[in-house]
Design a protein. Sequence first.
Length: 340
Amino acid sequence: MKKLLAIETSCDETSVALLTGDSGEVKVEALQVSSQIDKHRPFGGVVPELATRQHLLHLDPMVRSTLSEVGWSLNDLDAVAATRGPGLNSSLLIGFSFANAIAVSADTVFYGINHLEGHLYSPFIEQGQLPEFPQVALIVSGGHTQLIHAESAGSYRRLGTTLDDAAGEAFDKIAKMLGLPYPGGPEVDKRAALGNVKAWDFPRSMLHSGDFNFSFSGLKTSARTALQKAPEVLKDEGKLNDFCASFQEAIVEVLVKKGMKAAHECGHTLLTVSGGVSCNKRLREAFAEASAKEGVRCLFSSPKFSTDNAAMIGAVAIDRLMGGAPSDLDVDVDPNLKLA
Ligand code: KG4
Ligand code: ZN
């Protein structure tokens, strides 16, 4: 059984995980996530400078306390991993340099992991498994909306991406217009459950584009125009809930239809959905309905592995370690790192 320490600091969550792994298996022995949401909320979004300071403040005590939680020392580690990108440059640098230094001092291999690959691995962590392939992966987060055809570990082809805003970004921006706190996704999710999806007819951009790309900026503009014409929405709880339900439905419908279409076209019966937006209850419900109808298995993880966390970074690194991949000690962070 190999032992690994993983660190994730690509944006505004500081996360540390300890994992053990064997061939095809992975177990999360400890996971800590320090959320910075309260620090960024007054600014309505992530402030990179603040994020960097918080990572610096929390990382060392979190590594020490996870190690003591499971009774390991640095000498027990077989590998150390950290997120290499994509993400905020200064945030990435903190976790990456910290992990790199631990790897050197503990004389272990080091892996720089693609954050998006971490999301792709996340739906399998709870079952203690490394991913099944082939699959189609829909990664929906605050920074990304991508459909990936994953043939095998490390062999990925991008089917489509967003041409403007990511789905999570659309949730956050529209929520901000509505005066809801950051991050908007979970707030809209809660309100939408009480609202009427048919109250507003928002555009389903690129639903019939014939490709697997997405666009959410038209929805944002449409929501802004609707609000200008109906400012009472901001003062009426019921209307606010209807507004949330309606625009959430527009995002959900496009994600589900394009996700299912991609699975069919690639000839696969497994579709994984990951990233922060995959926490969305209506999205899960809509995928479950489509999955039952269309014979495609849709796999999600629990919310703790859906939003940014170090366990998903560790799961990719365990796979590489078991496959005997060499150390990445000389690589650097890449804020624009691509998955495919
Ligand atoms: O994966 P993640 O934690 O960070 C990135 O890699 O971006 O995703 C964060 C995003 C935010 O935009 C947040 O609003 C969204 O995920 N999100 C949700 C929900 N929970 C988080 N969006 C819709 N419904 C939710 N329940
Ligand atoms: Zn993420």
